[in-house]
Ligand binder design. Structure first.
Ligand code: ATP
Ligand code: MG
Length: 411
């Protein structure tokens, strides 16, 4: 880069400096350390995107991304514990203990893309910081913070957008959605997470562009849809997911009016657990989403089959139907099936089976699922209450309870 161009960029940057204060207590010490090291090596480096947005919103960032003018190879050479990942976008993961920080090089606009021999676009053309900012999705995500010089660069009035709770795409939404349709889901997610309503023109463009999601590779789409429900704002995300006809497309079973409360309670519980730093099992939430289909098919099959065979068939037909719409990854579908299959076993009176069930690796999830069901199906209350007492009882009380249960015959 010529010195002349560099000084123009530097001058331009100074006009975008924001006076907003960033609380360093909320920044990862490791991220600051990486930036310090890059700067000591004469590079520019900033914390960028979601982390700064979250801090200015009053939220604790969940991860930190760094943007720099050092190339991936240069970053790799500086940090011993680092690796270059990605083909289309090369980024560097810098690792320390259990923390991984993503370091990416400023990128140029997508027009500069070159098609490689294998047909994949090499989207790795490096650019200046302001070119990099222009490629980012929302104005609130295009904030760059240098924690060494306490410099916050805000090219698109992102800090003001955060204050005003405005979610604004950089550039023309129509073009930006065509460029990368995943931004549609990101718009929904950030609207829910940051309590930023989608304005009429953005909503309109989402409605017009939503079919583009069909062109997004399955695993990227799956991950982004799961993020909607597993990052602490599942209730609002579901509302928007329905509003933009995405529920109809990906999980139509959530639209069954008889299960709205059941699903809503599942979403509330998920958000509550995340808020309290408790672990989340995605399979559990997906089991809730699809339960209406399983239960309806189970009830239908049960007239001419043994209950567990009827349930197995219901699970199979539900999963088959779902796979035609939006396949659920195996690691989750296995958990879902286990949770469902354990449901009738809560009614089994045989002492041996009671112990076997309570030792099952999915017992806790299946029990939580039963509790949730019992909130909306009064016939399950006795069984749910029995299991709640059983779990907190000592060994003697447990055997007494089993004896009593055998004689009383719980339904
Ligand atoms: P969170 O980490 O809470 O999901 P985030 O904004 O940090 O939110 P990341 O996926 O970590 O999201 O991305 C980091 C930054 O990279 C974003 O803030 C944004 O500037 C940019 N970015 C990510 N995905 C896209 C995209 N699809 N289009 C444009 N910019 C993007
Ligand atoms: Mg992030």
């Amino acid at each position: 880069m010529s010195t002349n161009l560099l000084s123009i960029i530097k001058k331009k940057i100074s006009t975008f400096l924001s006076h907003e204060k960033i609380d360093h207590k909320l920044i990862s010490v490791f991220a600051i350390e990486i930036i310090k090291t890059l700067k000591n090596n004469k590079f520019d480096a900033y914390i960028v995107g979601g982390a700064i947005r979250d801090i200015l919103t009053g939220l604790k960032p969940k991860d930190f991304d760094i943007a720099t003018n050092a190339t991936p190879e240069e970053v790799r050479a500086i940090f011993k514990k680092s690796r270059i990942i990605g083909r289309r976008f090369q980024i560097v993961h810098v690792i320390k203990n259990y923390e991984t920080i993503e370091v990416s090089t400023f990128r140029s606009p997508p027009q500069n893309r070159v098609k490689m021999a294998n047909g994949i676009f090499k989207d790795n053309e490096f650019g200046s910081i302001n070119e990099d900012a222009a490629r980012r999705d929302f104005t609130c995500n295009a904030l760059y913070y240098d924690p060494i010089d306490n410099k916050l660069i805000d090219f698109y009035d992102g800090t003001l957008a955060i204050k005003k709770k405005q979610l604004t795409l950089i550039g023309d939404p129509k073009i930006r959605f065509v460029e990368d349709p995943i931004r549609i889901l990101r718009a929904i997610r950030f609207s829910a997470k940051l309590d930023m309503p989608l304005n009429a023109s953005l909503s309109d463009q989402i409605n017009k562009s939503v079919d583009l999601l069909g062109t997004v590779p399955y695993s990227r789409l799956f991950d982004e849809i799961m993020k909607l429900f597993l990052t602490g704002h599942a209730v609002e995300s579901m509302r928007l997911f329905k509003e933009f006809q995405l529920a109809k497309h990906y999980f139509p079973s959530v639209l069954n009016p008889q299960y709205i409360d059941f699903i809503n309670q599942g979403l509330i519980n998920t958000d509550f657990r995340i808020l309290n730093n408790k672990s989340i099992n995605p399979g559990f939430l997906l089991a809730i989403f699809l339960w209406s289909d399983v239960k309806i098919a189970w009830d239908k099959n049960i007239t001419n089959h043994h209950p567990s065979i009827a349930l197995n068939e219901a699970i199979e037909s539900t999963m088959h139907k779902q796979s035609k719409l939006f396949l659920i990854q195996k690691r989750f579908s296995i958990t879902m099936s286990e949770i469902w299959r354990l449901q009738p076993r809560f009614d089994n009176l045989n002492p041996k089976r009671i112990y076997r069930l309570s030792g099952h690796p999915r017992f806790r999830a299946a029990y939580d699922f039963l509790l949730l069901r019992s909130l909306h199906d009064k016939s399950l209350n006795t069984s749910a209450a029995w299991w709640t007492n059983f779990m907190s009882a000592d060994e003697n009380t447990k055997s007494e309870m089993i004896q009593q249960r055998n004689t009383k015959k719980y339904a």
